[in-house]
Write a protein that binds this ligand. Structure first.
Ligand SMILES: [Fe+2]
Length: 392
């Protein structure tokens, strides 16, 4: 142990788990019963062809499963922070029906938020980097570094519409377990992480944001309130602050970031969840970092690994610490105004992308597929001269 002026205490709650020690099927999974599937099916029929903002607990009623969802949500706040719902029969439903099932279930946990300046309430996580220029990380291929999604989001969630040819597991890690490792082994770097990093928004999000593109001060990576840990870390936002915001990282800041990622990547800490079609994963976006493993995909867009993503705000939960809020609820509400009806439903989305892919093939303008996470191994690589070809 290295000397430090501040005494940190370990977090000894269920939120501190190690991937090497938990069996997610036993501790983090809810398998749909036949009655629950029937109840969701009835709710879907009652919901009809509604668009996302009109799918609520009233229009997607779940008299039996709804209270169960509330109980499972308590586990996201004060338990393991991870919930996998498995066993919903994907093959009986169209992609849009699955989307409505997903949004309907999510409505019983929280309220959907817009996920970018484009206003989508339902994100599509799929590699379209050869079809669309300058895509973000969730629209590129390859693995992903561990991160937390936007700070306005309380629960980040994925539903698997189609799995990859191979690979592409969701890789998650407990923030509290990592924090405890730093308490024990590197309290000097923990001080650096508690002070945090400057964040800078993705360019287009920033242009449509209600606030300046760069955080006014450093945002703590870890904060603790009422015994609960809250984490903010986004490799892209940190990197943009260096690339475009005049920020220079100290050697200690580089080391703290690198050690955090290295520990998260170690087999002791992370947990891989392989997605099956129809799986729905909900994560506490303060207490669990997520990334994914590399994967092999299909050529045709309509056959590729395709996950749907929800960001949920939970009004009943205690707010995230003020000094960790960079993306605000106001930003998300502002972005949502740009949404057009049904634009983010998967059938329409895939039809649009498939047409663009065919057009590029015809014109021979297919772009090289990107896997941005493979470009930077260390925060020390984020030099101003290494301009990114795409957002991270
Ligand atoms: Fe993410």
């Amino acid at each position: 142990m290295r000397s430090t002026d501040v005494a940190f205490e370990k977090i000894e709650t269920e939120s501190a788990w190690k991937g090497s020690e938990v069996d997610y099927r036993a501790e983090m999974m809810h398998r749909f019963t036949a009655d629950e599937v029937a109840e969701v099916d009835a709710a879907l029929k009652a919901c009809g062809e509604r668009d996302i903002p009109e799918i609520t607990t009233a229009t997607f009623p779940l008299p039996g499963l709804g209270p169960t969802m509330k109980r499972l949500r308590d586990g996201l706040l004060d338990g393991r922070g991870v919930l996998l719902m498995r066993g919903f029969p994907r093959d009986r439903y169209t992609a849009d029906e699955m989307a409505r099932v997903y949004i309907g279930l999510g409505a019983h946990l929280g309220r959907p938020l817009a996920q970018s300046w484009q206003g989508q309430l339902l994100g599509s996580v799929i590699d379209i980097s050869d079809v669309v220029e300058k895509v973000r990380g969730y629209n590129a291929g390859g693995g992903q570094h561990f991160h937390i999604d936007g700070s306005a989001c309380d629960i980040v969630s994925l539903m698997c519409l189609r799995a990859a040819k191979s690979g592409g597991a969701s890789r998650i890690v407990s923030v509290a377990a990592l924090y405890n490792w730093f308490v024990e082994h590197r309290p000097d770097l923990l001080q650096v992480l508690m002070r945090g990093y400057y964040h800078r928004n993705h360019e287009m999000d920033a242009q449509h944001s209600l606030q300046p593109p760069q955080s006014a001060g450093r945002i703590p990576v870890f904060a603790i309130r009422d015994g609960r840990i809250s984490c903010v870390i986004d490799t892209g936002c940190l990197r943009y602050a260096v690339h475009f915001g005049g920020v220079t990282l100290t050697p200690e800041e580089v080391e703290a970031y690198d050690v955090l990622q290295a520990q998260a990547r170690s087999e002791e800490f992370f947990l891989d969840m392989n997605f099956e079609a129809g799986d729905i994963q909900f994560l506490n976006n303060r207490a669990v970092m997520h990334g994914r493993t590399d994967y092999e995909d299909h050529d045709d867009v309509e056959r590729r690994r395709h996950l749907l993503r929800l960001w949920l705000h939970v009004p009943d939960w205690p707010a995230r610490p003020d000094d960790q809020i960079f993306m605000t609820l106001g930003d998300c509400h502002h972005w949502a105004r740009r949404r057009t009806p049904f634009m983010d439903m998967p059938t329409e989305y895939l039809a649009r992308l498939t047409a663009e892919q065919e057009e590029r093939r015809r014109r021979q303008t297919v772009l090289p597929r990107l896997a941005p996470s493979q470009r930077y191994r260390s925060a020390g690589d984020w030099q101003p001269e290494a301009q990114p070809a795409s957002a991270g």
